[in-house]
Design a binder for this molecule. Structure first.
Ligand SMILES: Cc1cc2nc3c(=O)[nH]c(=O)nc-3n(C[C@H](O)[C@H](O)[C@H](O)COP(=O)(O)OP(=O)(O)OC[C@H]3O[C@@H](n4cnc5c(N)ncnc54)[C@H](O)[C@@H]3O)c2cc1C
Length: 394
């Protein structure tokens, strides 16, 4: 098949690499003139790592990244809020902390070595879903046509009008993030978070030997005033909330800190006759549960499996793809909508409840398991989960 993809983000690159490896001819179009990774780091869950394994790049990336064994969050006063350990699901299990640049480079290399071609510097303006010749329309009016069209244009996509979106809302809160050098004795296998009410959350995720992604949550409409107050005031605020971070942010300047915003996106019917929308463009969430990339990778891998199972007929493969993906994606959408206000919102009262009840609630029967499965990316619903995929299952 000739496959054309809108968006060279992590989901589009993964779909492109997997499809090209199957022998399809793949072209990816991105609006960026020069393709490059965006952001500091991310935590990949075992089902996402399984897709990297399938592509043959997991071992190399595991060497570059850090094995994260648990998520540990406290209040500024040191009261524990979350203590979720992968090993409670399976001894030795871990999530993978990765620098975005490392993951991106590995996917770009896979695309190049499998013959994917790129069209850059032109936004896609329309997705045309024709039974005979589906196509992407580019800003200059030209068309890229194929046998299958994939929209992987991310949560801020302007192509949303091409789909019947049930939800498309910008979260009022985003974050400033960068990567930092870690001191020698910092634990390099734990994602650490520190929350002050619901208005300030700091996180440190180890992503390379001696390096971590750092994020600080902030209301999108306050970024300008924070910057106006000056970098020293910002550094002091970080130090007040988490004194050990003081020396780490001492040399961070505004140029190092990137502002990220996120959307709550849900496309009701994310496929047509020969077109499909995957990744954040289909199901964007806040990054609270660390699932976006893993779910985008799973979209791509399931799509390839469905196409292969039916001999490449999109009209049959696409509804089946959505039947398989829908339950897990609905769960992560709902869980993310429930949890996000507890960690990033103006509703301070929620923090009081969270701080009082989070740890006692985690001891209730089934809740600990729900938490670790939700983090590990294996939940398919509030009452259902799936097995770990190879190579993590016995
Ligand atoms: C602060 C933060 C922390 C996160 N942490 C994690 C984490 O720990 N774990 C995790 O799994 N996920 C995390 N995520 C989520 C994760 O980054 C996303 O889920 C993932 O990057 C989505 O990939 P995507 O390819 O679907 O979309 P994107 O990465 O947004 O890529 C979309 C691509 O499409 C291109 N594009 C957009 N519109 C057009 C157009 N009209 N024409 C052509 N090209 C277009 C863009 O240039 C871009 O290259 C985090 C996100 C944020 C913001």
């Amino acid at each position: 098949m000739r496959v054309v993809i809108a968006g060279a983000g992590l989901s589009g690159l993964m779909a492109g690499a997997l499809l090209a490896r199957q022998g399809h001819s793949v072209t990816i179009a991105d609006k960026a003139q020069i393709l490059r990774p965006l952001g500091a780091g991310l935590l990949l869950q075992p089902p996402g790592m399984a897709v990297l394994h399938r592509l043959g790049v997991l071992d190399g990336l595991t060497e570059k990244g850090r094995r994260i064994t648990s998520l540990f969050a406290t209040t500024t006063r040191g009261r524990p809020l979350l203590d979720v350990r992968y090993s409670t699901l399976k001894p030795g299990l871990f999530g993978l902390g990765l620098a975005r640049a490392d993951l991106w480079q590995s996917l770009i290399d896979s695309c190049h070595s499998n013959g994917v071609s790129f069209v850059t510097g032109q936004a896609v303006t329309q997705v045309h879903d024709h039974a005979e010749q589906p196509a992407l329309e580019l800003a200059d009016g030209s068309r890229l046509s194929g046998d299958l069209v994939i929209d992987a244009s991310g949560c801020h996509s302007r192509l949303r009008d091409c789909w019947s979106a049930a939800q498309d809302r910008l979260y009022p809160w985003g974050c400033l993030w960068t990567s930092l050098v870690l001191p020698d004795r910092w634990p390099d296998d734990v994602l650490l978070q520190r929350c002050h009410g619901t208005r300030s959350m700091l996180g440190i995720l180890p992503i390379q030997p001696g390096r971590a992604a750092f994020y600080w949550s902030v209301r999108n409409d306050r970024v300008a005033s924070v910057k106006e107050a000056g970098i020293d005031a910002w550094r002091r605020a970080i130090q007040r909330q988490w004194p050990e971070l003081g020396p780490l942010v001492e040399f961070v300047g505004w140029d190092d800190l990137e502002h990220a915003s996120y959307r709550d996106v849900w496309v009701r019917k994310p496929y047509g006759q020969r077109c499909v929308v995957i990744g954040d463009a289909c199901h964007g969430t806040s990054p609270q549960l660390g699932q976006g990339t893993t779910q985008g990778f799973r979209d791509a891998a399931t799509l390839v499996d469905c196409l292969e199972a039916v001999g490449g007929d999109p009209a049959v493969a696409l509804p089946e793809w959505w039947r398989i993906r829908r339950s897990a994606l609905s769960y992560y959408r709902d869980a993310s909508r429930l949890l996000t206000p507890l960690f990033q919102s103006d509703w301070s009262g929620l923090a009081v409840l969270r701080d009082l009840f989070a740890i006692p609630a985690s001891h209730l029967p089934g809740v600990g398991r729900l938490a670790v499965e939700s983090l590990a990316g294996t939940r398919t619903g509030f009452f259902s989960s799936e097995k770990l995929p190879p190579p993590f299952c016995d």
